[in-house]
Design a protein around this ligand. Structure first.
Ligand SMILES: [Zn+2]
Length: 86
């Protein structure tokens, strides 16, 4: 058993934005990334990746938990262009 914290990352983020690290396997961003999702020790990636706002709950639109994840990503796209991407 390991006490090492792992996060999920999408391989080779494109578009020039900084890569995110995710803590939720069901994160809608991971589902739309269409790239390989890798599990990595958090300490290996935290220096060059930022925490996904969806996984921290910051980007959660609120009580709309039943909203289609893809729709939620589109909503975010329209409101914060810098916050999108894997
Ligand atoms: Zn995420």
């Amino acid at each position: 058993m390991s006490d090492e914290e792992t996060v999920l990352v999408v391989s080779n983020p494109s578009g020039g934005h900084q890569g995110r690290m995710h803590t939720d396997k069901d994160c809608p961003r991971l589902k739309v990334a269409k790239k390989a999702v890798l599990e990595r020790p958090k300490r290996n990636v935290e220096s060059h990746r930022i925490m996904c706002k969806w996984c921290t709950g910051e980007a959660d639109p609120g009580p709309g938990r039943d909203v289609d994840p893809l729709k939620r990503v589109r909503m975010l796209l329209e409101t914060d262009k810098d916050a999108v991407g894997p």
